[in-house]
Design a protein around this ligand. Structure first.
Ligand SMILES: [Zn+2]
Length: 427
């Protein structure tokens, strides 16, 4: 009975996702969306048509992926493959930790292999067709091998460590596992800019010496002392442009894609920087970390209670499953519930983006450079300018482009009609 309910719940969420996609496609295709002046200066009809084609191409491959994923999930969780797989791994070893590592390791590997054709198609067909791909097959391969090795190392650490704690502290492991994972993720956050990211990218100080003084004065006015402004060679892989901020304590950094530096003029670049500095000054990463850890602590406790009670295999109609088999079901349930959490977390993220935009307006004295920069960004990245409002409310981590630019303009008393030369992206 519970199994049936779970199956229905799963199929309903998949249907809801497909429905949202459908609404979004229909809305985008509807002609006659009004385009504000600032956009018409930089984006012509041809460009709009190109963005529509780009969005459609991404939708197609996304749909194939969703359908395949749903089919595999149905087979694995509801079609009886999971208990078979669990027994197969148990036949290889009866060592608790090794069993768990093999169980998740092999599954992750299969998932990775299934993902290979999609990754190849995305980079070398889709992105290539729209002129974004800059990667050769060698770089793609070396990226994949590196990710595989790093992934294997992290998986061994995370799963192996957690299973060791489960054995060592059978009555309080939820607290220890949480503390271990929290410590490890903090450690990775601090060290990834030095250990992991340099394996894929080269980070350099901003190659715009004429901007140096203005950047320094911007930092001073923003009250940011520690921290680095860097550019990254994203152009080796893709023509897409963006910017992001990361780090806590003394390792804070704002990273601008080199593609962004090519596309934006100086004023727009400073405005994007100001937006990223806003994220620091408003403590957004800290808030995100704290929220994440509270959720993680609660999840560990719920996981402990449910796994101790050994009721999950019964819910799914299986006679018996190993500890990690039940843990996998739990993860699947969490992902199912996560769908309902998506609109909340998107809304929350949009609030933070608004705050950072407001900070940028206050710092540079106008919303116009950020607005024109965003228009350029939309043009260069072939962004979808017309998402369905419901779709944007559920999934968008940033305010939809037109709404965001209009908001920036409204906050700028002079209103202005700056020409659109080049554009940024802002995380
Ligand atoms: Zn942002």
């Amino acid at each position: 009975m519970i199994k049936l309910l779970l199956l229905v719940a799963y199929l309903l969420t998949v249907t809801a996702q497909l429905l949202l996609e459908w609404l979004n496609v229909r809305y985008r295709r509807r002609s006659g969306h009004p385009l504000p002046d600032l956009f018409t200066q930089g984006i012509d009809q041809l460009r709009l048509k190109r963005s529509e084609e780009y969005a459609a191409a991404k939708d197609q491959i996304g749909l194939v992926e969703t359908l395949l994923g749903t089919m595999l999930t149905l087979m694995f969780i509801f079609g009886g493959l999971l208990p078979w797989y669990d027994r197969f791994i148990s036949g290889l070893t009866d060592h608790f930790i090794l069993h768990g590592l093999l169980f998740f390791g092999l599954l992750t590997l299969i998932q990775g292999v299934v993902g290979i054709p999609f990754s190849l198609y995305r980079n070398f067909v889709l992105e290539e067709r729209f002129g974004f791909n800059r990667m050769g097959i060698r770089l793609w391969l070396s990226d994949m091998v590196k990710s595989l090795l790093i992934g294997a190392l992290l998986l061994t650490l995370l799963i192996g460590g957690a299973l060791w704690l489960v054995q060592a502290a059978p009555h309080s492991w939820w607290l220890w596992v949480w503390a271990f994972w929290a410590g490890l993720s903090l450690f990775l956050l601090l060290l990834s800019p030095y250990l992991i990211e340099p394996l894929f990218f080269t980070f350099k100080p901003l190659a715009k010496p004429e901007l140096e003084d203005r950047v320094r004065s911007l930092l001073e006015r923003a009250g940011v002392t520690a921290g680095k402004i860097l550019q990254v060679d994203a152009s080796r892989r893709s023509g897409h442009s963006n910017a992001y901020f990361t780090g806590i304590g003394k390792v804070k950094r704002v990273v601008l894609f080199d593609t962004l530096l090519e596309q934006l003029n100086d004023e727009e670049l400073l405005a994007v920087l100001a937006h990223e500095l806003g994220h620091w000054r408003c403590g957004h990463l800290r808030q995100r970390l704290i929220k994440g850890q509270i959720v993680a602590l609660l999840s560990c406790f719920v996981a402990y209670s449910l796994l101790n009670a050994q009721i999950l295999s019964g819910w799914f109609g299986f006679a018996e499953l190993s500890f990690v088999g039940e843990a996998l079901l739990l993860g699947w349930l969490a992902a199912l519930l996560g769908f309902f959490w998506t609109p909340v977390s998107s809304w929350w993220s949009r609030q933070q983006e608004r705050q950072a935009d407001q900070f940028a307006i206050d710092l540079v004295g106008s919303g116009m450079p950020l607005a024109t920069g965003l228009v350029t960004l939309a043009r260069e990245n072939l962004s979808n300018l017309f998402p369905h409002p419901l779709y944007a409310a559920v999934y968008y981590s940033h305010p939809a482009m037109i709404e965001r630019v209009e908001w920036l303009q409204q906050r700028t008393p002079t209103g202005g009609s700056l020409s659109v030369e080049d554009g940024p992206a802002a995380d």
